[in-house]
Design a protein around this ligand. Structure first.
Ligand code: AMP
Ligand code: MG
Length: 420
């Protein structure tokens, strides 16, 4: 790859790159997906790819904000209870249709809330200030021009930007676009991300393990993580540690994939299938990244589609996803906010780590009187999956720090905001 950084193969003695270098390489290799016009219900949550311009005024026509009478302000200016003004009722203005009359001098049209203002009228007298007898309405109060009228274009004028490029469609934007008659906005679509689990030992969670077999958990972690990010996970299932069947599965899914994530099979074991399949060919490279967990990583593209070869241990998968995949998926969706929020917290316990590697320590953060406090959720082993389920953040213990003592300040990536 032309823009690949200095990457050394995994088996060489100095084949380690920094976390920052690995991440910069990943992010430089992925791009926002080409925009497509999607129906609103599918476009929800997607990032708008162009300024969406109002083609019509909102509201499109002037309407009444009250039930009452549409009249001329000049006719009723002098009305008081002591000297009321009588006007002739010449028609009705109902919602959803043209008024059946115009308003001339000395005339009034009965009007409902939301109905278009009849030509000739410039104000509304509410029903409370009117007394009807037969064809005549007696008005006991004046009303200045524009009162109780919702003017056309008061909200948005034709030609104004409704939703700016780069904005993500949330509930208010959905309503706004529907109101403006723009049912198929141009957006960056959600990437379809194929998830593969590799390993002869793996079985689906629906099966009972024989001795030595392991339930595939990574596919489910990734499924949920991708859903949460707004991507479309595609579960490709478990692939045995067999190079041919692995490659066949990857190529079978190529046409429907915008990206791939596999877990397992990227380290130096003889049966490390992902590495064996791609090593030395194509654009997938294997790195040792100076991070813990998640040191062995494969990353590249297959026919232009990003391929993330994550290590197999469940905690490594989660951390690698947060560190590399999620920001890349966000970028593919056109998001400018690709990162998790970070806070500074005080460590409640000592956290020791491997020197020379950035450690992602699983912590639970909570706000106390002294600011944020981060408590480690268990031992460091990257197979200990319950330690991430108790956590809501990953404390970043920088490379070079062998022990971050209790009481010291750390940066924490917060990966869930609420406690439920
Ligand atoms: P590997 O990277 O393939 O050597 O796998 C490392 C460890 O992670 C092994 O103990 C595997 O059994 C375990 N592992 C790999 N894939 C999965 C998975 N999909 N779900 C749960 N554990 C896994
Ligand atoms: Mg394996």
């Amino acid at each position: 790859m032309a823009d690949a950084p200095r990457i050394h193969d995994h088996d060489s003695a100095d084949g380690t790159i920094s976390f920052e270098e690995a991440r910069a390489h990943v992010l430089a290799s992925v791009h926002a997906l080409s925009p497509i016009a999607l129906p609103l219900t599918e476009a929800f949550g997607c990032v708008v790819a162009e300024d969406l311009i109002a083609a019509i005024d909102l509201p499109e026509f002037a309407s009444s904000a009250m039930d009452g009478f549409a009249v001329r302000a000049s006719d009723v200016a002098a009305a008081t209870p002591a000297s009321p003004v009588d006007l002739k009722i010449v028609g009705r203005a109902l919602i959803g249709r043209h008024p059946d009359a115009t308003v001339g001098g000395g005339e009034a049209v009965r009007i409902a809330t939301g109905a278009p203002i009849p030509a000739g009228a410039d104000t509304i007298v509410p029903i409370e200030n009117a007394d009807v007898s037969g064809e005549i309405v007696r008005l006991v109060d004046g009303s200045s021009p524009g009162t109780h009228i919702r003017p056309a274009g008061e909200d948005v004028r034709a030609g104004q930007v409704l939703v700016a490029r780069g904005r993500r469609l949330g509930a208010p934007e959905m309503g706004l676009l529907a109101n403006a008659g723009q049912p198929t906005p141009l957006v960056h679509p959600r990437p379809r991300v194929v998830i593969l689990s590799t390993g002869d030992e793996l079985i689906p969670p629906t099966e009972t393990p024989e001795f030595g077999q392991v339930h595939d958990s990574n596919a489910y972690t990734l499924f949920a993580a991708l859903k949460e990010a707004g991507a479309i996970p595609v579960m490709a299932g478990i692939v045995k540690d067999d190079v041919e069947s692995f490659k066949e599965t990857v190529f079978d899914y190529l046409i429907q994939a915008d990206a791939f994530i596999s877990s397992g099979g990227v380290s130096v074991g003889e049966r490390d299938v992902v590495k064996a399949a791609f090593f030395g060919r194509g654009d997938v490279r294997f790195y040792r990244v100076a991070m813990q967990p998640g040191m062995p990583q494969g990353f590249g593209t297959i026919e232009g589609k990003p391929y993330f070869g994550l290590p197999g241990n469940p905690v490594s998968v989660f951390v690698s996803y947060e560190a590399f995949v999620r920001p890349a998926v966000m970028k593919m969706m056109g998001r400018t906010q690709t990162e998790r929020p970070q806070i500074t917290a005080t460590l409640a316990e000592d956290v020791s780590g491997p020197k020379g590697k950035l450690q992602f320590a699983r912590v639970h953060v909570e706000r106390g009187d002294q600011g944020w406090k981060a408590t480690p959720t268990g031992a460091r082993g990257s197979n200990l999956i319950s330690t991430i389920s108790r956590a809501n953040g990953l404390a970043l213990i920088p490379a070079g720090v062998e022990m971050a003592p209790a009481g010291s300040q750390v940066r924490v990536m917060v990966f869930r905001a609420s406690e439920d």
